[in-house]
Ligand binder design. Structure first.
Ligand SMILES: *Cc1c(COP(=O)(O)O)cnc(C)c1O
Length: 381
């Protein structure tokens, strides 16, 4: 049997098991312990965040961020439509209503123009006071246009919760994604650039926010010898065992970014050698925008390609035991979010129909690379 090439698989650095062993040796098999403290410190140090809490998932981190902002029934949260459902589901958990916003064509992330239009429209409708947060996403590692988004948000006094689940290590003017908003969210799910097998983190410059998140994540227990509760909490704290994996992974994060960026470059060389580089589009870096290139995603320009190109290519690769995946299906096109409003055009819809993500693991071998390159070349010849 030919070995399957996965889109993005976990890639351990080597030190992870030592930290996990420490957890066992100290019997810190709990959502508390030295690995957890150190992992949070590592994240602060790496990202320049002042405060960090380790959580069970990125989705949990977004949920807590919304809780901390006091968001509930009747409130509106503006969410980038082009994303994974983990960005939007917490809005529903908190009882609020999502409003979806289109992307722009350079970064594929939240379109500042569509954002401004949505706010102007909600203002006209007398709903502006209901808008309690904006959630831009840095998809596939590419930073969103945070300068414009932040300035629009601050004009209206609306806090930003940055979904940096896919973009740890990506920067804007050398500042880390996740640190521009009121709060930022990272994910350490198994397919992300680094993983704790499952996990996430919430970061902020505000100590109050993170103290509250820590309390809410452990069932909001009050300071008393018995179990005293004055708020509804959650069981969202990361395990000290998982945090041990995270500590090992933080040590190799820069290496992983270099490897993922090299993957991207290699795909670009491949498309160039096939004479296709002018006919495809990718998320664009700039002088200020630097991406960890978590996944290499390619858009087959409708000017040159049929609508079924990405599907046919995906099936062609599947037959060669190579996993590829359509780009995110926008949230406003998902049956579960049918009832909610959407501002923008067809940018994210086009990305969904004409795009494909290629195997982007940091652990791809040369032999696997050759299979991928041959597979893609064969399809286009
Ligand atoms: C992975 C991801 C999340 C959710 O993170 P989990 O840890 O899987 O809950 C949220 N948003 C985006 C954009 C993601 O890719």
């Amino acid at each position: 049997m030919t070995k399957k090439i996965w889109l993005s698989s976990p890639h351990m650095g080597g030190k992870e098991q030592e930290f996990v062993k420490e957890a066992f040796d100290g019997n810190w098999i709990a959502p508390i312990g030295p690995n957890l403290n150190e992992f949070e410190k590592d994240i602060c140090e790496y990202t320049g965040s002042h405060h960090c809490v380790g959580l069970t998932s990125g989705t949990a981190a977004i949920h807590l961020a919304l809780k901390i902002l006091g968001i509930g029934k009747g409130d509106l949260v503006l969410v980038q439509s082009y994303t994974f459902c983990g960005s939007a589901n917490p809005v529903i958990y908190s009882g609020a209503t999502p409003v979806f916003i289109d992307s722009e064509r350079l970064t594929w992330n939240m379109c500042p123009k569509a954002l401004r239009e949505s706010l102007e429209d909600l203002y006209k409708k007398g709903l502006i006071d209901k808008v309690k947060a904006i959630i831009p996403v840095h998809l596939y590692g590419m930073p969103a246009k945070m300068d414009q988004i932040s300035s629009i948000a601050s004009n209206y006094g609306i806090p930003i919760v940055e979904d940096a689940a896919e973009s740890i290590g990506s920067t804007i003017r050398n500042e880390q994604t996740g640190t521009f908003g009121e709060m930022g969210v990272y994910s350490f799910n198994g397919n992300k650039i680094i993983t704790t097998s499952g996990g996430g983190a919430l970061v902020s410059h505000s100590k109050e926010h993170i103290d509250l998140a820590r309390k809410l994540s452990t069932q909001a227990r009050e300071d008393a010898p018995h179990y005293q509760h004055e708020m509804v909490g959650y069981n969202y704290r990361l395990s000290n065992v998982s945090a041990g994996i995270g500590r090992g992974q933080m040590m190799v994060l820069d290496e992983r970014i270099a490897q993922r960026r090299a993957n991207f470059d290699r795909y670009m060389r491949l498309f160039e050698s096939l004479g296709l580089h002018e006919k495809i589009k990718v998320q664009e870096e700039s002088e200020i925008r630097y991406s960890n290139r978590w996944l290499t995603a390619v858009y087959f320009d409708p000017k040159y390609f049929d609508k079924d190109t990405s599907t046919r290519l995906r099936i062609h690769l599947e037959a060669l035991h190579i996993e590829s995946r359509p780009l995110w299906k926008p949230m406003h096109m998902q049956p579960v979010f049918n009832d909610f409003s959407y501002y923008g055009g067809t940018v994210c819809e086009d990305l969904f129909y004409y795009g494909l993500c290629f195997p982007s693991g940091s652990n791809l071998t040369e032999e696997e690379w050759q299979r991928i390159e041959n597979g893609i070349s064969e399809f286009f010849r």
